[in-house]
Design a protein around this ligand. Structure first.
Ligand SMILES: [Zn+2]
Length: 414
């Protein structure tokens, strides 16, 4: 009886609210010529991390029982013209009580790091075919199972577990120090504040990684950036040290942040055909501290005649995967370092990105931004590094290994 009475009171509150907010929660569906009146409560969501999210809604239609209810969720930020990729969870419907419950559980296909932010709404249909859609709301995949430290600045929200609080200061300082460079290259800062989610405990890291398909025994993923959700997730696996925390802040996070900018601003088609050395070299260019001197390494290659060609079709370009992934990173970095040193500004870098954002093909973007043919760009970059002006001819042509190595674009290892 208590339950029934509480329910009656709740209905009254809803009715009052509906009276106060006629447009929001209880109104005939504008897309239907029916007299159905929907009485819809406030949607709630509960994080049961690492097991997922439980969405609940109380709803009724005056025209008949609700026969279909689905919960639709998606990334909260969508850039203009982008396709919204949605996840749909069919709800269970308690017709007698008007209770709807939908759950999302992490799977081998989709995982979310804790503290991801998502948007969701409900889509309802009653037995007469009337429909109702709730306003989008924001939810957070909170991990309430362990203590987290949370700090934030204009640049990011940082969350950490099992790490010293001082790491937060390092991260926010590093991002502030590079803010103007991100802005200079992209013309704007990100339209959202990314979440930087840091783990000091490897078991806690693994807890949510249901879609981690790494099978190698010698390398494992210690960081992954989710551009769809605006999350940079990292775990520190070595012994705690100030050097490791500094590297995380002044190298890794700044690098991953640039990947979020690439995902935000470059057209998705260009992100597919831009070479890995360009993407990684650009991200590396944003690191403020280097664990070794990247440029010196590439100059060493140049001086010994071992600098490979750069502006060539993908199979022959420096790689960022396979046996020697750092080669592509370092060579790519040297390209952006040359761009800035030889022009004295970030304008050329910015022009290339603007053209790629406009969907200009990669080599055309380089030529337009620099006003030079591709061969001349390559030659000037080579000479700046101390190499011969002409790239070595590749003989024999690169042949794929008998088996393809596991792609490791998300792998951050040194
Ligand atoms: Zn990277």
């Amino acid at each position: 009886m208590r339950g029934a009475r509480a329910f009656a009171v709740w209905s009254l509150v809803l009715a009052l609210l509906a009276g106060l907010l006629p447009a929001a929660q209880a109104a005939p569906d504008p897309r239907q010529d029916s007299a159905a009146v929907w009485t819809v409560g406030t949607p709630t969501v509960k994080s049961v991390y690492p097991a997922g999210l439980i969405f609940r809604l109380h709803a009724r239609s005056s025209a008949g029982p609700i026969t279909r209810a689905r919960l639709v969720w998606y990334r909260p930020m969508l850039r203009p013209g982008a396709t919204r990729h949605i996840q749909v969870e069919e709800a269970t419907i308690d017709t007698a009580r008007g209770d709807l419950v939908a759950t999302w559980q992490p799977s081998g296909l989709l995982m979310l790091p804790p503290w991801s932010v998502l948007a969701y709404h409900w889509e309802l249909r009653d037995a007469e075919g009337n429909t109702f859609e709730t306003e989008p709301r924001i939810a957070e995949y909170a991990d309430l199972s362990r203590p987290w430290i949370r700090t934030e600045s204009d640049d990011a929200v940082v969350l950490s577990s099992d790490l010293p609080a001082a790491v937060h200061g390092l991260i926010l300082d590093a991002l502030a120090a590079q803010r103007r460079r991100y802005e200079a290259v992209w013309g704007a800062t990100l339209p959202y504040r990314p979440r930087i989610v840091l783990f000091g405990d490897y078991a806690a890291w693994l807890e949510w990684r249901t879609a981690d398909r790494t099978t190698s025994r010698t390398s494992f993923v210690v960081g992954q950036t989710f551009d769809a959700w605006g999350v940079i997730a990292q775990v520190l696996t070595g012994p705690p040290s100030d050097a490791a925390y500094r590297e995380l802040a002044y190298s890794i996070v700044l690098h991953e942040m640039e990947h979020l900018y690439q995902a935000e601003f470059l057209s998705s088609r260009r992100r597919m055909d831009v070479p890995g050395w360009f993407t990684e070299g650009d991200a590396t260019f944003f690191e403020l501290e280097q664990s070794y001197d990247y440029l010196r390494r590439v100059r060493g290659l140049a001086e010994s005649g071992a600098l490979p060609p750069l502006l060539v079709p993908l199979p022959d370009a420096p790689r960022v995967d396979g046996a020697n992934p750092r080669l592509g990173y370092d060579i790519g970095y040297s390209f952006f370092a040359w761009l800035r040193e030889s022009t004295g500004s970030l304008d050329a870098h910015r022009s290339i990105m603007a053209l790629l954002a406009d969907d200009v093909p990669f080599f055309e973007a380089l030529e337009q931004a620099l006003g030079l043919p591709t061969a001349e760009i390559e030659s000037r970059w080579r000479v700046w590094l101390g190499a011969s002006p002409a790239a070595p001819t590749l003989v024999p042509t690169w042949t794929p290994p008998p088996f393809l190595p596991t792609p490791t674009p998300m792998l951050f290892g040194r």
